[in-house]
Write a protein that binds this ligand. Structure first.
Ligand SMILES: *Cc1c(COP(=O)(O)O)cnc(C)c1O
Length: 392
C-alpha cells in the first residue's frame, strides 16, 4: 500500500537522522531572523551581500508593481516579455561581459534548459561528482551519455575527454561548489574545451555578485574569456531577489529562446522581480564594501577555528562548511547552536556524500564581526559536549 510504504520510509528517515523539517521565518531575511517569536543569529542564507531585504530593491519592486502589475501574465514567447526583462537581460550581458543573456525563472530551470537543449542522444556530458542537484537532473533529462568525474579531478576529466568520440562534448560544473565552497578551475577547463572541442557550462549560483571585479562572477575572477564558456548566474542568492540567467554566444542564447522547454513552457518571471534585480545590480557593482566585509568575516571565522577541534573545509568563499561526518552528530551540533540562539543548517546525504554531514556556515555582508565571534564562542562551548569525537 502506497501510504504505508511512505510512512515506513519516513520513519526510517527519522531513525537515521535524515528527516528534514522546515522552520518558519517571521519577517525578512537578514543576519537575524525571528522564529516562533525568538530572534536568532542566522548563518544559513545565500544572501551573501545582505541585499535580500535592502530598501532600494523593495522600492524598485514596488515601483515596478505599479507600472507593470504583479504577474507577467504569459510566457516570454507570447506576451510575457516586458521592457523590464529586456533591460535586465541587456544589463546582465554587459555586466558579465558576454554577448547576450537570457532570463530564466530559476537556476534549476535554467540548468535543465541549457543542458537538455545543447546535449542529447549521441552527446556526452562531463559532470563533476559534486555538482548541484539541478545539473545532475539536467543531464538525466537531456538523455545524453553522462560521465561523472571525481571532484576537481582534472586528469580524470581530460582522459575521458580524450577518449570520447561523442558528437558534442559538454563539461558542466558548479563555479563555487554549493556545499564545499571551493572553486572550479575554469582556466584549465576552458583549455580542455579548446583542446578537445568541448563546451563549458559553469553554474555560478554562488559566485555571481561575490567573485570577480565588482561581483561580476567567476569568469571575471579567473580572467577567463572564451566563446566556449556558457555562464549561468542565479539571482536569488547574492543578488537578493529571484530568478536566473544564462549568458554566452548569441547563437547559444537564441537557440535557448527557440528550444529550451523550461524557458518556453512557463510563465515569465514577474517584471517587478526583474526591476528589483536591476536595482540590485547597481549595488552589487558599486558597493565593494560588501565583498570586503565578507572577506574580513571569512578570515575571522577561519582564524577563530584554527586551533580548536572543529575543522572547516579549505574554502575561500562565504560558504564555510564544518564537516562532522555523522548525520546525527551534525544534527546535534546544529541543535546545540540553536539552543544558544544561532541557526546553522546541518547538511546531510543525499545533499552531500555519505559520512560527510556538515554544518554549512554561510556568511553575509549583513553580519558584523561580533556575530562571527558569537558563533565561535558557541562552537567552542559545544566542543566537548557531543556524543562522538570530532572527526578529522
Ligand atoms: C541554488 C542553486 C541552483 C538553483 O538556483 P535557483 O534559482 O534557486 O533555482 C543551481 N545551482 C546551484 C549550484 C545552486 O546552488
Amino acid at each position: 500500500m502506497l501510504l504505508r510504504d511512505l510512512k515506513d520510509d519516513l520513519a526510517r528517515c527519522g531513525a537515521t537522522g535524515l528527516r528534514r523539517s522546515r522552520i518558519v521565518i517571521e519577517g525578512a531575511q537578514g543576519a537575524r531572523v525571528r522564529v516562533a517569536g525568538r530572534e536568532y543569529l542566522a548563518f544559513c542564507s545565500n544572501d551573501y551581500l545582505g541585499l535580500a531585504n535592502h530598501p532600494a530593491l523593495a522600492q524598485a519592486a514596488c515601483d515596478a508593481a505599479r507600472e507593470f502589475g504583479v504577474g507577467a501574465g504569459a510566457s516570454h514567447l507570447i506576451t510575457g516579455h516586458s521592457v523590464a526583462h529586456q533591460r535586465l537581460e541587456e544589463r546582465l550581458a554587459a555586466f558579465v561581459g558576454l554577448p547576450r543573456a537570457l532570463l530564466f525563472s530559476t537556476g534549476y530551470m535554467a540548468n535543465l534548459g541549457v543542458v537538455a537543449t545543447l546535449a542529447g542522444r549521441g552527446d556526452t556530458v562531463f559532470s563533476d561528482k559534486l555538482n548541484h542537484a539541478s545539473l545532475i537532473d539536467a543531464v538525466r533529462l537531456s538523455r545524453a551519455e553522462a560521465t561523472r568525474y571525481p571532484h576537481l579531478d582534472l586528469a580524470a576529466l581530460e582522459k575521458r575527454l580524450a577518449a570520447s568520440s561523442a558528437r558534442r562534448k559538454l563539461i558542466v560544473t558548479d563555479g563555487v561548489f554549493s556545499m564545499d565552497g571551493d572553486l572550479a578551475p575554469l582556466p584549465e577547463l576552458i583549455a580542455f574545451c579548446e583542446r578537445h572541442d568541448a563546451w563549458l557550462l559553469v553554474d555560478d549560483a554562488h559566485g555571481f555578485g561575490v567573485l570577480g571585479r565588482g561581483g561580476r562572477g567567476i569568469l571575471s575572477h579567473f580572467g577567463v574569456r572564451s566563446p566556449r564558456a556558457i555562464y549561468l548566474g542565479t539571482l536569488g542568492k547574492a543578488a537578493g531577489v529571484f530568478g536566473a540567467f544564462v549568458a554566452g554566444a548569441p547563437e547559444i542564447i537564441e537557440t535557448l529562446v527557440q528550444r529550451a522547454r523550461t524557458y518556453i513552457y512557463t510563465t515569465a518571471l514577474p517584471p517587478l522581480l526583474a526591476a528589483a534585480v536591476s536595482a540590485s545590480l547597481e549595488l552589487i557593482e558599486s558597493e565593494d564594501w560588501r565583498r570586503q566585509r565578507l572577506a574580513e568575516l571569512i578570515a575571522r571565522l577561519k582564524a577563530g577555528l584554527k586551533d580548536g577541534a572543529w575543522r572547516l573545509l579549505p574554502s575561500t568563499t562565504p560558504i564555510q562548511p564544518l564537516v562532522v561526518g555523522d548525520n546525527r552528530r551534525a544534527v546535534a551540533l546544529a541543535a546545540g547552536l540553536r539552543e544558544r540562539g544561532i541557526l546553522v543548517p546541518a547538511i546531510r546525504p543525499p545533499t552531500v556524500p555519505e559520512g560527510s554531514a556538515r554544518l554549512r556556515v554561510s556568511l553575509s555582508a549583513a553580519h558584523a564581526p561580533e556575530d562571527v565571534d558569537r558563533l565561535l564562542d558557541a562552537l567552542r562551548d559545544l566542543e566537548g559536549t557531543l556524543p562522538l569525537h570530532p572527526l578529522r
